[in-house]
Design a binder for this molecule. Structure first.
Ligand code: SAM
Length: 375
C-alpha cells in the first residue's frame, strides 16, 4: 500500500496560523501556543500526524484566555490523505469543498485537479476564510474560498464532479445533490447525534438522488448549524429523576458506546440522542444521553465491579430505555458493524439506511432533519 504521506503533495506548515490551540487534560480547556513565543512546540504540532486546533469558540476567545470548544482545525494528515484517496479526484475535475479551514485540503485538491480543473471551498467563518485565502495566495494556489454556509453548496460554480465536506453532518443537504453531476461523488463524515460519524461516500444518480456506503469511523467537528448540545440537570431536577437499575453487564455497556460495535446502529435507531461518556477516574464512568429538544436526559453511573448500576432518567423521553431497546435490536440483527451500512438520499432529501444492500429487509427511513440548537 502507498504511504499516505505520498498523497500530501503540498506542505502543511504554510497553512497553520501563528497561534494554535492545544487541550489541557487537567482542565479540559484549550490553551494557545504561539509560534512567536514557542517555535519548537508549534513546529512539533505541525509535524505530528494529529489534527491541530486553529480556532476555538468561533474566534471569541483571545489567546491569553482558556478556550472551551474547537471551532476550526487542520485535520489529521493521514486522514486527509485517506479522504483524498476515497474521493478519487482527477485532473480536470470541478470540486466543491465545505469547510475551507486553513485551506490546506483545498490546496491538495487543486494540486490534483490541475489547471484544467476548479476547486471552490466554502467556509462559514469570515476570519478563517480570510486566513485560508491568504495562505493559498502565498503558495500560489488557485482555489477560490467563498465565505458562506456550505450546507447551501455554491451554485455559481456547479455542477461539480466531487463534493467533499470536512466537517461532519447529520444530514446530506439537498443543495449538494442538486449541484453534483450524475455519477459525481459526495464524501462526508456523516452520522447521528449518538457517537462518532462514518466516512460516507455517495454517488449521485440521474434522478438527482444519491446512494453509497458508510466507512471508517471519524470524529470531525460538526458543521456549525448542526452542533450537538447537552443538558446539565440541576440537583433539584436530578432529585425528581426516575431511577432504576440496568440489567446490562460491563461488556454490553462498552458495546453500547463503541462506534465499531453497537453505537452507530443505536444512533440510527434512536433519533436526537446525544451520547457523552466521561471517565471520572479509573473506576468511575458516566454515560449520559441528552435530547435538548424535548429536555430529556439520562445517566448511567458505572462503578467498576459494583453492578448492577443505577440509571436516572428525566423528561418526556426515556432515553436509556430507547437506547437499551436499540442495543437489543442490534444483537438480534446479527451485530452489524458500521461498514455494513449504506445510505440512500432521495432527490427530495429523505434519508434511508440499509444493511449490506439497498434491497435488504432491514432498511428504514431516518426522521427529517430539524435545525439543531447550534450552540
Ligand atoms: C475540520 S475544519 C476543516 C479543515 C480544512 N479542510 C483544512 O484543510 O484545514 C472544519 C471547518 O468547517 C467550517 N464550517 C463549519 N460549519 C460550516 C458551514 N456551514 N459552512 C462552511 N464551513 C463550515 C469550520 O468553520 C471549520 O473551519
Amino acid at each position: 500500500m502507498t504511504d499516505w504521506r505520498a498523497q500530501l503533495t503540498v506542505p502543511r506548515a504554510p497553512f497553520i496560523p501563528q497561534v494554535v490551540w492545544v487541550d489541557d487534560p487537567a482542565t479540559g480547556d484549550f490553551r494557545a501556543v504561539s509560534r512567536n513565543d514557542d517555535e519548537p512546540r508549534w513546529q512539533a504540532l505541525v509535524d505530528v500526524d494529529e489534527p491541530i486546533v486553529t480556532q476555538v469558540d468561533d474566534g471569541a476567545t483571545a489567546p491569553g484566555d482558556a478556550g472551551r470548544q474547537p471551532s476550526s482545525s487542520c485535520s489529521q494528515p493521514s486522514l486527509v490523505a485517506a479522504m483524498l484517496t476515497t474521493l478519487d479526484v482527477h485532473a480536470g475535475h470541478r470540486v466543491l469543498e465545505i469547510g475551507a479551514g486553513t485551506g490546506w485540503n483545498a490546496a491538495l485538491l487543486s494540486a490534483r485537479t490541475g489547471a484544467a480543473g476548479h476547486v471552490v471551498s466554502v467556509e462559514v467563518d469570515p476570519a478563517v476564510a480570510e486566513g485560508a485565502r491568504r495562505a493559498l495566495a502565498e503558495i500560489g494556489a488557485t482555489p477560490s474560498v467563498v465565505t458562506g454556509d456550505g450546507t447551501r453548496g455554491y451554485a455559481p460554480d456547479a455542477p461539480y464532479d466531487r463534493v467533499v465536506c470536512t466537517a461532519s453532518v447529520r444530514a446530506i443537504p439537498r443543495a449538494w445533490l442538486e449541484q453534483t453531476r450524475p455519477g459525481g461523488v459526495i464524501l462526508a463524515p456523516w452520522g447521528t447525534d449518538y457517537g462518532s460519524d462514518a466516512l460516507t461516500r455517495l454517488v449521485v444518480d440521474e434522478a438527482g438522488g444519491a446512494s453509497g456506503r458508510c466507512g471508517r469511523g471519524l470524529s470531525f467537528m460538526r458543521i456549525r448549524q448542526q452542533r450537538r448540545d447537552f443538558l446539565e440537570p440541576s440537583r433539584s431536577a436530578m432529585a425528581t429523576a426516575a431511577t432504576s437499575q440496568t440489567t446490562r453487564r460491563g461488556r454490553e455497556l462498552f458495546e453500547m458506546v463503541a462506534f465499531a460495535e453497537a453505537a452507530f446502529t443505536i444512533g440510527l435507531r434512536v433519533p436526537s440522542c446525544y451520547l457523552t461518556v466521561e471517565d471520572l477516574d479509573a473506576d468511575h464512568r458516566r454515560i449520559e444521553l441528552h435530547d435538548v429538544r424535548s429536555a430529556s436526559w439520562a445517566r448511567v453511573g458505572l462503578v467498576r465491579g459494583a453492578d448492577p448500576w443505577t440509571v436516572h432518567q428525566l423528561g418526556p423521553r426515556r432515553l436509556w430505555d430507547e437506547v437499551d431497546a436499540a442495543y437489543a435490536w442490534w444483537c438480534a440483527a446479527g451485530r452489524p458493524t458500521p461498514d455494513r451500512y449504506g445510505l440512500t438520499v432521495t432527490p427530495a432529501g429523505d434519508h434511508e439506511v440499509w444493511i449490506d444492500i439497498p434491497e435488504d429487509a432491514r432498511r428504514w427511513a431516518l426522521p427529517a432533519e430539524r435545525p439543531g440548537p447550534g450552540r
